[in-house]
Design a protein around this ligand. Structure first.
Ligand code: NAD
Length: 296
């Protein structure tokens, strides 16, 4: 229990900075060993998509640590075959270690076709069924970066997870479900709530840890929380021109013992962890084909 308003703010920025410094060192070692930089390709379909700003942030983050990242742009009217064909080329390109595809896709392109096309060894945001399956089995594949960040911010903040009652709100393939599996891996007891859950408040009321990833501003407030609960707010919403999460921060901070802010919580960590995934992919590729990567 904490005093009213005394919840600890779990800031993602300092943790992300630590991770980025470690990545920069790993990249320098990789470059010295292989004579090349780790490479990321970001596939963009139609320049004016809303997530372009987020993807530009990723590119800048890569440049800062010595990763060679580039946009691979297709026109907004590109066919599914053209997108899949471009991904195939990137899969075969030895200078590309990781591939991410801008989401959401245009309505004419099936998500499943794109997901299946990405080489699982280059799938640094863990969306391919193979990586989802590895996570489900508790093995070590590539994790979706946002779910990874939601759990990593707890671990790195020293929050005990073993045996805790955790409620994850949201069951998407990219955030809610992988976060739930990661919490199970940390030995929490996990309940997944979603849009058809009958009494969300009753579930939240008994949670020691609440991870909220619904995309609904104000879905969780202080009155719903158990005193001393830890809250991870994954939501990103724009309300009256302001960026807010899914949790009513002021009322929740009065009851929680710790809470991630929006912005500044899970978001910065997501980008930093994506870089660690990319470096890991590059290291694996270099180990698998040392001759072709050591040409200089
Ligand atoms: P999604 O729309 O795919 O899934 C939302 C989930 O929330 C669904 O499973 C749905 O059942 C559940 N839900 C919706 N309304 C609900 C309600 N009233 N009660 C209980 N459950 C409800 O969204 P997503 O891709 O999983 O993203 C979730 C949120 O996380 C969004 O706000 C998104 O912007 C944000 N996000 C943040 C980051 C980050 O880096 N912080 C990255 C990706 C997504």
């Amino acid at each position: 229990m904490t005093e009213a308003g005394a919840a600890r703010r779990l800031e993602g920025g300092p943790i992300a900075a630590e991770i980025r410094n470690a990545v920069a060192e790993d990249v320098a070692t990789f470059r010295a060993d292989t004579g090349r930089a780790p490479g990321l390709a970001v596939v963009i379909i139609g320049r004016d998509a809303p997530s372009t700003v987020y993807l530009e942030q990723i590119l800048r983050g890569c440049a800062k640590v010595g990763i060679e990242a580039r946009f691979v742009e297709l026109e907004g009217e590109a066919t599914e075959a053209a997108v899949v064909g471009r991904i195939d080329e990137l899969n075969a390109d030895p200078t590309v270690d990781g591939v991410i595809v801008q989401m959401p896709l245009p309505p004419t392109i099936r998500l499943r076709s794109v997901i299946d096309a990405i080489d699982p060894d280059k799938d640094i945001d863990g969306i391919h069924p193979l990586n989802a399956g590895l996570l489900r089995l508790g093995y070590d594949g590539f994790l979706p970066a946002t779910a990874h960040a939601a759990v990593e911010i707890l671990r790195r903040s020293g929050i005990e997870l073993e045996g805790k009652e955790a409620v994850v709100i949201g069951r998407s393939a990219v955030v809610g479900m992988p976060a739930a599996f990661l919490m199970l891996k940390e030995d929490a007891t996990v309940t997944v709530c979603h849009s058809r859950t009958r009494d969300l408040a009753a579930h939240v009321a008994r949670a020691d840890i609440v991870i909220v990833a619904a995309g609904r501003p104000g879905l969780v407030d202080g009155a719903m929380l158990k005193p001393g609960a830890v809250v991870v707010d994954v939501g990103i919403n724009v309300v009256e021109g302001r960026l807010v999460g899914d949790v009513d921060f002021d009322s929740a901070s009065a009851v929680a013992s710790a809470i991630t802010p929006v912005p500044g919580g899970v978001g910065p960590l997501t980008n930093a962890l994506l870089l660690t995934h990319l470096v890991r992919a590059a290291q694996r590729h270099a180990a698998a084909s040392p001759v072709s990567s050591g040409t200089r």
